[in-house]
Design a protein around this ligand. Structure first.
Ligand code: FNR
Length: 384
């Protein structure tokens, strides 16, 4: 096999190994995918300032995110249906993250349940919560996350309504996949994926099994999402959830300064500048372009994180240079998972850390916490 040298190599391998509908589910953005593309492309506009003759011994990528020690300031983003990229996907990704020393965030819409992750890991992980109309159900999820020793709650606010991804509709996306002739033919070309799936009993949406309206496949899931997710979500709900949870709270899906200020008012520990990886509002700006004004406005009062389009350790350095205290990766670890299971997620993290470490060194820095705007050209973000 060709050596895996970068995230693109993992993507190509995942495309070969994961059934079309699940690969597309991960790879898709909403509508024209312009925001999905901008997330990646805008990073390339940020250029580094090279420095020389600086002592580069004893470099470190260690930092903290919401007060927790991390091997590098990079967390695995919450992603739904991760268990369809690879059997037991959430467990494998959580294990890889734990061994590496970075946070794993379990999505509400995962295949493996909160309790499955707790049973297969020993480090605390993070739980991502969507706000649903059924508040009793939310309370139960919060209690389950507490019982599983989750050390932060990531509250996603940008999915009051669901973005449309054409590829999922064209593919007739469902989990487990419907056994149509087209799908059967595609599955026959993915023997490794099928074999792994047959070895594991987990096919359900582990966190929402037991909800009054049962969900057994993704066709019903879109309808379920529309019915259950709360279009009337407000900042009062954030306050209510914060009180119920009582621990570290990270608010995800912030793109505007006004909303960032509301996060500060809510008493959250961190916010994530995110457009959901270009899967919700197509036509929104890239996350990296939305980051600097938010850092300027609230960066001294709340930890600002970001995600969307990070495809290398260089992108991590760019985001940190623009003021992010932490960065999340979604698709890169899903590609690693689809390509090579747990080993692929580990490889993804190794690639990112190596690129992060070398880029930092080329810029004349030894400590990831010292990265600031002085290492990029122009010193402030380009005018998007
Ligand atoms: C997501 N994302 C997401 N976010 C969230 O809060 N809850 C979720 O269940 C999901 N599900 C999900 C599924 C898939 C397949 C993807 C790709 C993304 C968004 C995710 O947390 C993150 O914001 C983006 O993935 C970041 O962009 P990149 O790194 O994928 O470019």
């Amino acid at each position: 096999m060709r050596p895996i040298t970068n995230i693109e190599d993992l993507r190509v391998l995942a495309e070969r190994r994961v059934p079309r509908m699940f690969y597309d589910y991960a790879d898709a953005g909403s509508w024209t995918e312009s925001t999905y593309r901008a997330n990646e492309e805008d990073f390339q506009q940020i250029k580094f300032r090279q420095r020389v003759a600086v002592d580069l011994n004893n470099r470190t990528t260690r930092s903290t995110m919401v007060g927790q020690d991390v091997a590098m300031p990079v967390a695995l983003a919450p992603t739904g249906l991760t268990g369809m990229q690879h059997a037991d996907g959430e467990i494998l990704a959580a294990r890889a993250a734990e061994k590496f020393g970075v946070p794993f965030t379990l999505s509400t819409m995962s295949i493996c349940a909160i309790e499955d992750i707790a049973a297969h890991t020993s480090a605390p992980f993070w739980f991502q919560l969507y706000v649903m109309k059924d508040r009793v159900f939310i309370e139960k999820l919060i209690e389950r996350a507490k019982a599983a020793r989750c050390s932060a709650l990531v509250l996603t606010l940008d999915l009051q309504v669901l973005g449309q991804r054409h590829k999922d509709i064209v593919n007739g996306m469902s989990a487990p996949p419907k056994l149509t002739v087209k799908n059967m033919l595609n599955l026959m070309t993915k023997p490794r994926w099928c074999w792994n799936m047959l070895q594991t009993p987990r096919r359900q949406f582990g966190n929402i099994v037991g909800h009054a309206t049962s969900v057994s496949d993704l066709s019903s899931l879109s309808a379920w999402t529309s019915q259950q997710f709360d279009p009337s979500l407000s900042w009062d709900d954030v306050e209510w959830i914060k009180k119920r949870w009582g621990g570290k709270l990270i608010i995800k899906g912030i793109m505007e300064v006004e909303d960032a200020r509301r996060c500060v008012d809510s008493g959250a520990d961190a916010l994530i500048v995110s457009n959901h990886g270009g899967r919700q509002l197509d036509g929104a700006p890239s996350s990296i372009s939305a980051l600097p004004p938010i850092v300027d406005a609230v960066g001294s009062r709340i930890e600002v994180h970001m995600d969307g389009g990070v495809r290398s350790g260089q992108d991590v350095v760019r985001a940190l240079a623009l003021g992010a205290k932490g960065v999340y990766i979604g698709r890169p670890f899903l590609y690693g998972l689809g390509a090579m299971g747990e080993q692929g997620v580990t490889r993804c993290l190794e690639i990112i850390r190596n690129e992060l470490d070398l880029t930092m060194a080329f810029c004349g820095l030894r400590d990831v916490r010292a990265i600031d705007r002085s290492i990029i050209l122009p010193p402030r973000a380009p005018d998007w």
